[in-house]
Design a protein around this ligand. Structure first.
Ligand code: B12
Ligand code: SF4
Length: 501
């Protein structure tokens, strides 16, 4: 390699309100790190979820990078990343600063402007091909030739998706402090990706717009190879929707069995997929599938319709029956509509106490890259990035905001008490004691932190904190948004059509 670029990759710190339940390894950044390393560049990585800012700057001085790349999957992390980029430039103005990840891909030009010269390039879309291409171009500053690049001088060619997900496997060796990663009782937990993308098109979600409604998966042997490299017994599967095709689950499962790999798995899937493909989930139950997220989102048909969930309340109920029959612990997500009053919160509380599942409540939030950003964002009451974390209301609430948060927090604590309260206490303490024996305190800390994190006054006060960076002005509201405008990776069919015209 003629011009190796010493590259430091950085993940921002944990989101305040989710830190309670999880802290997961930065898998996307580890995949980018592997691709950069495979291209011959020396790489270091710092995850601010588990390292302090002081430790980041120590690594910066010791490693002396030529380039620093930040991961920006979550909108709420935008202010932190812009400030870090400014600190890098203040320390070393000639260092190339680049940023990539899910959320930043939808608002690249705006973030570039807000950073006021501290960010040289934003790479939209997947990073495995883009990051090495950027580093190859960096010495000459020829960023405009890099797929997905957005610079002060304009846009590069469209982003390119990796053809084979197994060309690189995540550089898990670069992180350190892996015992700090956990999700609920899976403590510690590693993250693994078997497939990428989602063919559905829910109106509140940007997973499908990012990947252009595509779906790819790792070959079974590569998936098993990656899993074999993971030391932790707990494994969180980051796939948008696990086992859409039963054959995917069976082939990967058999490859895992052949290697004698034994893990405890946590995954996320859709209710209709679980009902349709029960046999593959039953098989995975035998392989160690213990926990599952199901996005139910709404308890009413109108709600499901509005979110274009393409599922029904019947199918959702059946999915819960299937999971119960299989003995899989389910965490359900419901979306709290800012239009809710006390009655709807009460209805959710009653329902949640009737079902054995863990219930999470998140607040409906129009993110750039979603259809709701185009239909709802005009009504935003704030553009403060830090409030776009699905725990704050950024749309007008029917109840006075203070009352809305009081209801939200009451509901969150009812839901939490149900699982951490008297009935669940003996089981919870058993799990906690077992973790302590193994020196794992992440889960135990979570048990005590709840009241300080979920606090209606604190949530309200967040709205009055000084704002230094804001989301872009939303575009004029439309009732039927053009999908082509939303995609980061444009679906092949649309790309062919626009090339032909
Ligand atoms: C798995 C997942 C989770 C998991 C684990 C999250 C974690 N911390 O690891 C769980 C279920 C726990 C979770 C929780 C939440 N999530 Co989530 N999650 C995802 C999901 C489905 C996949 C992410 C993933 O790991 N992908 C696999 C890896 C390999 O891809 P990747 O990280 O995107 O990295 C690639 C690119 O982004 C890029 N890239 C990434 N970093 C960098 C850096 C550089 C320098 C470059 C060049 C490129 C680059 O290259 C990588 C390789 O191609 C995404 C949807 C999606 N499909 O992206 C939502 C998503 C990211 N989550 C979302 C949300 C809202 C949340 C929550 C806030 C929800 C909540 N209930 O509170 C929490 C917050 C979690 C937290 N950080 O504290 C939103 C983000 C919205 C936003 N605009 O901010 C998304 C987009 C889903 C959606 N609704 O549309 N999440
Ligand atoms: S919410 Fe789930 S099913 Fe719907 S588009 Fe997003 S990833 Fe796909």
């Amino acid at each position: 390699m003629a011009n190796p670029m010493r590259t430091l990759l950085v993940h921002p710190s944990t989101l305040m309100y989710s830190e309670l339940y999880l802290r997961l390894e930065p898998l996307g950044l580890e995949r980018v790190a592997a691709a950069v390393r495979a291209a011959g560049h020396p790489v270091a990585m710092v995850d601010l979820q588990v390292y302090s800012p002081e430790e980041l700057w120590e690594t910066f001085e010791r490693f002396r990078p030529d380039a620093v790349g930040f991961s920006l999957n979550y909108l709420a992390n935008v202010p932190e990343v812009i400030d870090l980029a400014k600190s890098v430039k203040a320390r070393r103005p000639d260092c190339v600063v680049f940023v990539g990840g899910h959320s930043v891909s939808f608002i690249a030009e705006h973030v570039l402007d807000e950073a006021n010269g501290a960010i040289d390039v934003i790479l939209r879309g997947e990073g495995e091909l883009a990051a090495p291409a950027l580093l190859a171009a960096a010495r000459d500053g020829a960023y405009r030739e890099v797929p997905g690049a957005v610079t002060g001088d304009g846009l590069g060619p469209p982003p390119k998706a990796a053809e084979h997900l197994d060309d690189v496997l995540p550089a898990r060796d670069l992180g350190g402090r892996r015992r700090r990663y956990f999700i609920g009782v899976l403590d510690p937990a590693a993250s693994v990706e078997f497939s990428r993308g989602c063919p559905w098109d829910c109106s509140f979600c940007s997973a499908w717009t990012f990947y252009g409604r595509s779906y790819r998966r790792l070959p079974a042997e590569a998936a098993a190879e990656d899993l074999a490299r993971v030391r932790e017994r707990g494994v969180f599967l980051v796939d948008d929707v696990a086992f859409i095709h039963p054959s995917d689950g069976f082939e990967i499962g058999q490859a895992i069995e052949r290697r004698g790999i034994k893990k405890q798995f946590y995954l996320e899937t859709r209710c209709d997929v679980l009902v349709r493909n029960e046999e593959v989930f039953a098989y995975w139950r035998r392989l160690g599938l213990t926990y599952m997220f199901l996005g139910i989102e709404s308890l009413t048909s109108e709600g499901l319709e509005a979110y274009r969930k393409r599922s029904s309340t019947d199918v959702n109920a059946k999915a819960l029956e299937v999971a119960r029959r299989l003995g899989i612990t389910v965490a359900i997500n419901l979306i709290a509509d800012p239009d809710w009053d006390e009655r709807q919160f009460e209805r959710v509380r009653r329902w949640a106490l009737e079902v054995p599942e863990i219930v999470h409540l998140t607040v409906q939030t129009p993110y750039p890259g979603t259809e709701t950003w185009l239909t709802e964002a005009r009504r935003l009451t704030t553009r403060d990035y830090r409030l776009f974390d699905v725990q704050h209301a950024v749309l007008p609430t029917r109840l006075p905001l203070e009352r809305f948060y009081a209801e939200l927090v009451t509901t969150q604590s009812v839901l939490a008490r149900k699982h951490l309260g008297v009935a669940a206490l003996s089981e919870t303490l058993g799990i906690a004691a077992n973790h302590l024996l193994h020196g794992q305190t992440n889960f135990l800390r979570m048990l005590w932190k709840f009241p300080s994190v979920y606090n209606a006054k604190r949530q309200l006060a967040d709205h009055y904190a000084p704002t230094h960076y804001e989301l872009p002005e939303p575009p004029p509201a439309v009732s039927a948004p053009a999908r082509e405008d939303l995609y980061v990776h444009v679906p092949a069919r649309l790309a062919r059509r626009s090339a032909a015209s």
